[in-house]
Ligand binder design. Structure first.
Ligand code: AQP
Length: 332
């Protein structure tokens, strides 16, 4: 079975709809006929300010949310990145193969470092995509399910894999991004030109999966819509309504065209009210299940331990090949 791998940072108390529709939902689908590795990227989480206690809590919350949304620990290895030292070890090797200019060109680094001025960004923020390349290449996956914002990092990953393979010996598989066009980028409800994101959004522009469902419904009902009153899918002229239609379609399983037909002659308010109800019925059981899982920390820890064992087996073998090929002396 082809292998899939992806990760998510434990940098918020809750995943948001961008994470879920852009990436996590595909994780759930792909685990059925693939060999899946999913990890919680706590090494990545310390490239920006963090609090150790909160980071530890969020790591368990992330595990609980993954299981609650349908990642099955019997099918998928769910693990914590920092528990597999090979990630940081391979990243170090790849650092030596990455140009400074190449790293600086990453738009996520440019955007995030521009916020506080490049001087205030950590070196970790610059080398973030190199660690991400290591995360991926260690497991030799065929596909990496992510949102559109990760496409450039995936390209760097492929470049580094190719560079390593041609300079040393074929070691890494060139992974394919798995990005679903329809939900590749979910937009901020208050600013539909911007990506829904925890760091960029206005609090009302982001729907958090673990938020009080009534509050999420209110955010949907007060989403910014566009001029005119016609409901049609037109991301250029009607980005607000189009974003709502995308979310509606993804959650309901109905096509965007069917929804447009259904709402012909109706107003934005009708669409938003129905979507708000749909969101409530979706997040309510998810939230209950997550809270239940969080009450059973022994179970969560055992899932992560089992996942780490599976991950170790694959990652350590790849790292051994790498160390040997780059010329590190084998321990006696
Ligand atoms: N708005 C989005 N639309 C589609 N996909 C998205 N992803 C994130 N936002 C959207 C995808 O979610 C996965 C996890 O990404 P991450 O670990 O980078 O998550 P995050 O840092 O919590 O995402 P944010 O909110 O975007 O963080 P900031 O604001 O810090 O940059 C990835 O596959 C990502 O593509």
């Amino acid at each position: 079975r082809p292998r899939v791998l992806s990760g998510i940072q434990p940098t918020a108390d809750s995943f948001h709809f961008g994470n879920y529709l852009g990436a996590l939902r595909q994780w759930v689908d792909l685990q059925r006929d693939h060999q899946p590795f999913f990890f919680i990227a706590d090494l990545h989480a310390i490239t920006v300010e963090w609090d150790p206690k909160v980071l530890r809590e969020r790591t368990l919350r992330a595990a609980a949310q993954l299981i609650a949304m349908g990642i099955d620990p019997e099918k998928s290895a769910i693990f914590v990145q920092s528990q597999i030292p090979a990630h940081a070890q391979l990243a170090w090797v790849l650092n030596g193969l990455t140009g400074l200019g190449e790293a600086r060109r990453m738009t996520q680094f440019k955007d995030k470092s521009a916020k506080g001025g490049e001087g205030s960004a950590s070196v970790g923020l610059l080398t973030y995509p190199i660690l991400q390349a290591a995360d991926i290449l260690l497991y030799r996956p065929h596909y990496v399910p992510v949102g559109e914002d990760q496409r450039q990092h995936l390209e760097l990953t492929r470049d580094l894999a190719q560079r390593f393979n041609s300079r040393f010996k074929k070691t890494f598989r060139l992974p394919e991004p798995y990005i679903l066009k329809a939900t590749a980028k979910i937009y901020d409800l208050q600013d539909p030109a911007a990506k829904m994101s925890k760091s960029g959004s206005s609090p009302n522009g982001i729907v958090e999966m673990l938020d009080d469902p009534a509050r999420s419904a209110k955010k949907i009902r007060s989403a910014v819509t566009d001029s005119g009153s016609e409901i049609r899918f037109d991301p250029e002229d009607k980005p607000g309504v189009s974003n709502l239609l995308t979310i509606f379609s993804a959650l309901s399983g109905e096509s965007v065209n069917a929804l447009v037909d259904q709402y012909a002659g109706k107003g934005y308010g009708d669409l938003k009210a129905d979507l708000a109800d749909l969101v409530v019925s979706f997040v309510t059981p998810f939230r209950e299940r997550t809270l239940e899982l969080l009450d059973d920390q022994a179970y969560l820890t055992s899932v992560l331990q089992k996942g780490a064992e599976t991950a170790h087996g694959v990652a350590d073998a790849t790292l051994r090949d790498v160390y040997q090929r780059v010329g590190f002396a084998a321990p006696s």
